[in-house]
Design a protein around this ligand. Structure first.
Ligand code: PMP
Ligand code: GLN
Length: 383
């Protein structure tokens, strides 16, 4: 008998990141696609991990995260966002931000519940909702500034809406939410049982003097939110897959029920290292100017090409449109860039369920200047 598995995700293939990475390797392309730095983690952090391993911290740590790490996270949140977060009942360390989001979705969605997702959206959100038999209700951000159209949110909210997923700084566009968005969101959720997942993995990647509007700063919103973070983004160690979630105790209790049977506990030596490394606030506070310089460097280089910038103030991505010189689909265009000039980018249509194609590709600028320079040189070969 041939065993048949009925897919729980029939409309999902392999992620765009894997697809583009494979193509980039095949064509020996410079990879400005997937979001990861092409330089090493700070050697101090590296040493702290090695020390923890050498000192014998190689067994399971606490299910909710190494306690001193949770205390340091709470102190950081207090300093940055003036929020009192209890490390025992409100913080859980997770194997990355993506896992934190999945766990939050799983702990709150029931079959038939609706979840509002703004598109373009980080590609895990909708499959997370559908795996939990929820219904993703998509709201397109306004092109080209990718602001939130609150009038469309009103149309999307129904009596079954259980969740809104917010992401600022936003992947793939780099857009930021504004104080007005906070007001509009607050108005819509007040008096309802709508929960929020706030994906803030790029909290330290904000430029042009803008502040990060963490939902933790707003008690009314924080009281219904799972706020998700990633050490991978903050410390340029995406391959470590460590992050954390912050939520009020009653929500975190449910989050942990899922977490304890899925992962239970995360990498001990790295948590010990991160707990020590968090003492130096200069490291995460200096990330923004460093990355802003890289963004500006790429902007200058791209001025020599016909690409049109879609300016943004956050994340380590920036989007460029090409519709004025090519009508190819963004997937075809991105593939051709890899083949013909050896530079990989991400086609933004991959972040829309409908495949909406505005002829935009996403560049990751978390790279050495020499990498960005070489990429720009190669891009000129296209024209
Ligand atoms: N959310 C967004 C928007 C992201 O871009 C990422 C990066 N992959 C994550 C969450 C989670 O990152 P990680 O799981 O690597 O910590
Ligand atoms: N966050 C990164 C990006 O958007 C990597 C995501 C992934 O590989 N799943 O490129």
């Amino acid at each position: 008998m041939r065993i048949q598995l009925q897919s729980k995700l029939p409309n999902v293939g392999v992620t765009i990141f894997t697809e583009i990475n494979e193509l980039a390797v095949r064509h020996n392309a410079i990879n400005l696609g997937q979001g990861f730095p092409d330089y090493n983690v700070n050697s101090d952090l590296h040493e702290l991990v090695a020390d923890a391993m050498r000192n014998g911290f190689n067994q399971y740590t606490h299910m909710n995260g190494y306690p001193p790490l949770r205390q340091k996270i709470a102190a950081k949140i207090k300093t940055l966002y003036n929020a009192d977060v209890d490390p025992d009942s409100s913080i859980t360390v997770t194997p990355g931000g993506t896992y934190a989001i999945y766990t939050a979705v799983t702990s709150l969605l029931r079959p038939g519940d609706e979840a509002i997702v703004f598109e373009p959206a980080y590609d895990s959100y909708i499959p997370n909702i559908e795996l939990n038999s929820g219904k993703a209700v998509t709201v397109p951000l306004r092109f080209p500034d990718y602001s939130i159209p609150w009038d469309l949110v009103d149309k999307a909210i129904t009596s079954r809406t259980r969740l809104i997923i917010l992401n600022s700084p936003h992947n793939p566009t780099g857009a930021l939410i504004t104080e007005n968005d906070i007001v509009e969101l607050s108005k819509r959720v007040a008096g309802t049982d709508i929960m929020i997942i706030s994906d803030e993995v790029y909290e330290h990647l904000i430029f042009d003097g803008k502040p990060h509007l963490s939902l933790l700063k707003y008690p009314e919103l924080a009281s219904r939110s799972f706020v998700c973070f990633s050490f991978g983004k903050t410390y340029s160690c995406t391959g470590w897959k460590l992050g954390y979630c912050i939520a009020p105790p009653e929500l975190m209790k449910e989050f942990r029920k899922v977490h304890q049977f899925n992962c239970f506990t995360c990498d001990t030596p790295k948590q010990i290292a991160l707990a020590q490394y968090l003492d130096n606030s200069n490291v995460y506070l200096s990330l923004a100017p460093l990355m802003e310089a890289k963004r500006n460097f790429l902007r200058e280089l791209m001025k020599k090409t016909p690409f049109k910038l879609i300016p943004s103030h956050g994340s380590y991505f920036e989007c460029y449109s090409y519709g004025h010189f090519s009508q190819e689909s963004d997937r075809d265009f991105a593939a051709r860039m890899i083949r013909e000039c050896g530079v990989a980018t991400i086609p933004v249509s991959a972040f829309y369920r409908t495949g909406q194609d505005d002829h935009v590709v996403r560049f990751c600028f978390a790279k050495k200047e020499s990498t960005l320079e070489e990429a720009a040189k190669r891009i000129l070969k296209l024209f």
